[in-house]
Design a protein around this ligand. Structure first.
Ligand SMILES: [Zn+2]
Length: 412
């Protein structure tokens, strides 16, 4: 059986520009987009004026450490305010009692797909204690779900690099096994050696021709200093467009003057910034950075894990949070919040064939909203998700329709 439908027609799709169109999908991609009103075709799907958006981009998640679908783990606060090292210790303790990782990862994946994300970047923990166990498990999960969702994996040194002997070698091995990017973690506050930490990260990136995605929680001028170092190395190694700083809290609490200069340099180096607009941290000013030309994208980050109890895997809800926390009210601002979880994410992840356009992959979401601003504020839950023109989820639930290419033993 041919897994990709030869041709499918979707009628009365409302596009982001407000027009209503008929879409034709052939070989999993849009082959024609024409004004609505063409004669009804047998087997066509009538979208009845639903807004059609390209599938959302979940740009930062941790598939290995969530307890979503597992037993509830009450949050334990740090003794003296947020401390990454202490949270990692809580996490190790929790993970020892958790359900099998593949099962928890599957729960999280299906949650995200159900809400309309069909591309994802997951960080996967690598350190001396867990070795490559997490990487091996999540690589297998990715393989199982490859026809449903595109997943990039980051080899993530959750316990630092220099302060966790043997980690650099394990990261090297993780990239050989199939991770796409090399991660990092607070080079200053965690490893207390910015140069040493970034030498390993950029050295491995060069060796494996891999992208870079660094967790940076350090705030204020310390965080800004680290960002400037990352920017300089990106330019020096010709890695423009392949480097991300995740969280970058430091950009959220520096002066407007400092931010203006930093924004220009970040944009010029093609370094993207990921934010999930976390509730109790200053976060990068989305509007100012976008104005400077920086690609700002988003992810759920932690979902019901040892870091916080929140998270629902819904990138449209994330756009709502980003807009709310950024004080976005006007339509163009709400559209910017949506861009952060869609097109900007696709740019940051280097996705090919993204969007609603002839030639693009027919990975899309149909939902009840008049336009993008309404979708961002209303966050409609009634959604249908299509992968390569095939329905894969409805009402938040993954719903395969019998195509072998999308079938996976775990979700049959
Ligand atoms: Zn993270």
């Amino acid at each position: 059986m041919d897994c990709i439908l030869n041709q499918t027609h979707f009628l009365n799709a409302r596009l982001a520009d407000g027009t209503v169109a008929d879409l034709t999908v052939a070989g999993g991609r849009f082959s024609a987009i024409a004004p609505a009103g063409n004669a009804a075709r047998s087997g066509a799907v009538d979208l009845a004026g639903r807004l059609v958006l390209p599938a959302f981009v979940e740009g930062h998640i941790h598939l290995d450490t969530s307890f979503y679908g597992d037993a509830w783990r009450p949050h334990v606060p740090c003794a003296n305010g947020f401390d990454v090292r202490e949270r990692v210790a809580f996490q190790m303790r929790n993970l020892e009692q958790a359900a099998p990782m593949a099962e928890r990862a599957k729960n999280q994946l299906e949650l995200c797909v159900g809400h309309g994300s069909l591309a994802m970047r997951s960080h996967v923990m690598v350190d001396a204690a867990v070795g490559l166990k997490h990487v091996e498990t999540i690589l297998a999960v990715r393989e199982k779900y490859r026809d449903l969702i595109d997943i990039q994996l980051v080899a993530f040194p959750q316990s630092g690099i220099l302060s966790s002997p043997g980690t650099a070698e394990l990261l090297d091995e993780a990239l050989k096994l199939g991770c796409d990017l090399i991660g990092g973690l607070d080079p200053a506050s965690f490893d207390r050696d910015v140069k040493g930490h970034l030498d390993v990260v950029f050295g491995l990136a060069e060796k494996h021709d891999a992208g870079v995605d660094i967790h940076l929680h350090d705030r204020g001028t310390l965080g800004l200093f680290e960002i400037e170092e990352i920017v300089a190395r990106t330019t020096a190694s010709g890695m423009q467009g392949k480097v991300v700083v995740s969280h970058a809290y430091g950009l959220g609490d520096i002066s407007a003057d400092a931010l203006a200069g930093a924004g220009e340099r970040i944009a010029a180096a093609g370094v993207a910034i990921m934010t999930n607009a976390p509730g109790d941290h200053p976060f990068p000013p989305v509007a100012a950075l976008r104005k400077a030309g920086v690609t700002v994208f988003a992810g759920s980050d932690n979902i019901r894990d040892s870091w916080w109890p929140y998270g629902d895997g819904d990138m449209l809800n994330r756009a709502n949070m980003i807009g709310y926390r950024s004080g976005f009210y006007e339509d163009w601002e709400l559209e910017a919040a949506y861009d952060v979880v869609s097109h900007a994410g696709a740019r940051a992840l280097g996705l090919e064939g993204y969007g609603i356009a002839v030639g693009a992959k027919a990975d899309f979401v149909a939902l009840k909203a008049e336009h993008v601003p309404e979708a961002v504020v209303a966050v409609p839950t009634e959604r249908t998700v299509y992968r390569a023109g095939r329905e894969v989820a409805r009402g938040g639930k993954v719903s395969f329709l019998g195509c072998p290419i999308y079938r996976s033993p775990d979700i049959a």
